[in-house]
Ligand binder design. Structure first.
Ligand code: ADP
Ligand code: ZN
Length: 200
């Protein structure tokens, strides 16, 4: 049994009369397997014949518009939304709601996840917990505070092979959101991470 299976809740089985919803957060740096883990949990919900709705922000223009796609090209059909409010409407009939790239949604996503969980739904939300400076990346810290279950995934440091918790930006752009993959970012451990010089 791996750690994620141990953390992955199955409340409905343990408590047959339990009807409440909950929030699961999967967080960590880029390349740490957040999307893979999100896909794994959502696939299991589909196998259990749950009604599953999956969303990602339109800002995430990498790969496919109609799919979650991991860096290892694992994929699952998803709906692209312009803002968090849209999720609330579109997830109406779902029992399980998956959200990727939560950091691109802004503070609104916290209220949306809370509202959906209050309706009795299982919410699984993945996102970066730190920005390129190593600072908390809102609204993920707020989601962590709200969540019942938290999984932190680590990548492999490309410099030294240690578990990596940071996302190193390879360019000197200073916008918080710069969408990209291997060409723009790499995973680094605490020791190998080099914070950008011009920290605002
Ligand atoms: P995330 O959603 O956290 O960015 P993904 O689930 O999209 O991560 O991708 C994880 C996959 O990325 C791994 O299974 C592996 O194939 C690949 N990968 C590429 N670089 C690294 C790295 N430095 N450390 C770990 N996995 C990496
Ligand atoms: Zn390192």
């Amino acid at each position: 049994m791996n750690m994620n299976e141990r953390n992955s809740p199955d409340i409905s089985r343990s408590y047959p009369r339990h009807r409440g919803g909950w929030i699961e957060v999967i967080c960590g740096p880029m390349f740490s397997g957040k999307t893979e883990e999100l896909i794994r949990r959502l696939r299991r919900a589909q196998i259990a014949r749950m009604q599953v709705a999956i969303f990602k922000p339109s800002l995430d223009t990498r790969y496919d518009k109609d799919k979650l796609v991991s860096h290892s090209t694992l994929s699952l059909e998803s709906t692209t939304v312009a803002d968090a409010a849209q999720i609330l409407t579109l997830a109406n009939d779902a029992q399980v709601v998956g959200v990727d790239e939560a950091q691109f949604f802004g503070p609104e996503i916290v209220k949306v996840c809370r509202n959906l969980a209050d309706q009795g739904k299982q919410i699984i939300v993945a996102g970066l917990d730190q920005d390129y400076r190593g600072e908390p990346f809102e609204p993920v810290p707020q989601l962590l505070a709200e969540a019942e279950y938290i999984t932190k995934t680590l990548a492999i440091c490309v410099r030294c092979g240690a578990p990596a918790s940071r996302t190193q930006r390879l360019s000197d752009e200073s916008n918080r959101v710069v969408v990209g993959a291997q060409e723009r970012y790499e995973a680094r451990c605490r020791a190998c991470f080099e914070p950008p010089k011009a920290v605002k």
